[in-house]
Design a protein around this ligand. Sequence first.
Ligand code: PA5
Length: 385
Amino acid sequence: MINFDFKSTNYFDNNYLDFDSCNTKLNKYDMIGWTNNISINPNIDKMVTKVKRNSSVLVVVGIGGSYLGSKAIHDALSYYFDDKFEVIYCGYSLSNNYLTDLLNYLENKDFSVDIISKSGNTMEIKLAYNMLLDYMKTRYSDEEISERIFATTGTSGFLYDEAIKHNYFRFNIPEDFGGRFSMMSDAHLFPLAFNININKFVQGYNEFNELEKSFEYAGTRVSMFDNKKYVENFVSFEPKYGMFLEWIKQLFGESEGKDGKGVLPFSTIFTRDLHSLGQFIQEGNKILFETFIVVRNNNDLKIGSHDMNEVNNKIVDAVREAHYKGNVSINMIELDEANEYNFGYLVKFLMYAAAYSGILFNINPFDQPGVEVYKKEIRKRLNEE
Ligand code: PA5
C-alpha cells in the first residue's frame, strides 16, 4: 500500500488544464504503450534458466532509459549483502578503468551478456559490445557466443543487424515505449527476473489505479515551478534506493526539460546528506521543494534500547518539521513496505506524473531532442556517419 500526500505543495488552481483534458492530450501521443496492461514474455523465464545453466554472471550493457530502470529496482529490492545471481551493469559510461577492471573480473568466470539499446546505435553501447565480443572470442567458440549474447532492441539499427547476423536471441523493445518509459518492457524485466519476482512487480504496475493522484502530483510540480520553486529534491532515507532516485531524475528531467521549462530533479539520501546539503535545503536559496519517498516498515532491528524502525520514522518526522520551519514544502510518498508490488505500483504512478506534468508544461513529454543532438555530435566525431 502507498499513501500519497501533496497537501504541503498544493498551490494547484483552476488555471491549469483539467484531468480529462490532460488525458485527452495524453491519448493523442503515439508513445503510450506503457499505459496498457503488461503481460510477461514467457521467453524471459526460459532465457533466465538458460543463462543460469551456463553462466555465473550476467553482464547488462545499457545506458539511460535502457539500464536505469532495472538497476534501480534491482538495487532497491536486493539485500545489501547476499549471494544472489550476479548481474553487472556496464555501458553507462566510457570509463577505461571500469571496462578494463570488468574484463579482468570476468577472467575466470563464465558469463552471458544482454546488450540493450532501443535504437541499437548508441555509441556507448556499441563500444562496450565490441569490447565484450572481442573478449568473448578469446574465450568461447562462435556458436557459444551466439548462445551467450542476448540483444534487446527495436526492429532496426546496428544491434538488430548484429543479432540477425550472429543469431543472438532477441528481446524486443516495443516502438511505443520510449527509453525512460520502458521499465515494463523486456529491457528491464529480463535482467530483473534473475533476482526479483517480476510477477508481483508487473502485478503492482497493472493494478495502479490512482491516475488522479498522478495528475494532482503533476499539478503541484507545475505550480511549484510557477512559484519559482525550480528544483525538486527527491529524498530517500534508504541508501539502496539511490538508483531509484536516479531513475526518477531521468524520468522527469528528460520528459520535462524542454523549451526553457521543467523542474530540475535533484536527489539526496538522508540522513547522510543532512550532514552536507541539509543546511542549504533548510536555510539556503528558496528555489526548492522536496518529495520524500519513505518506507515505514523495515526489518526489525534493536540497537540497545532503540527500535530502529521507530528511530527511522522519528527521523522522517523530525526532518520534515525542520524543513517546514525553513519554509520548504514537502510531498510525501509513503510505502507500507518495500516489495515488488509496491515498487511496480509506484513506477506507474511516477510515469503518469511525468507524462501529465509534461503536458501541463505544454511540451512533448516523450521526446528528447537534446539527447539526440549529443548522440549525433559524438557519432560525427567518431566518423560513424
Ligand atoms: O530515455 C531515453 O530515450 C534515453 O535516455 C535512452 O534510453 C538512452 O539514450 C539510450 O538509448 P538507446 O536505448 O537507444 O541506446
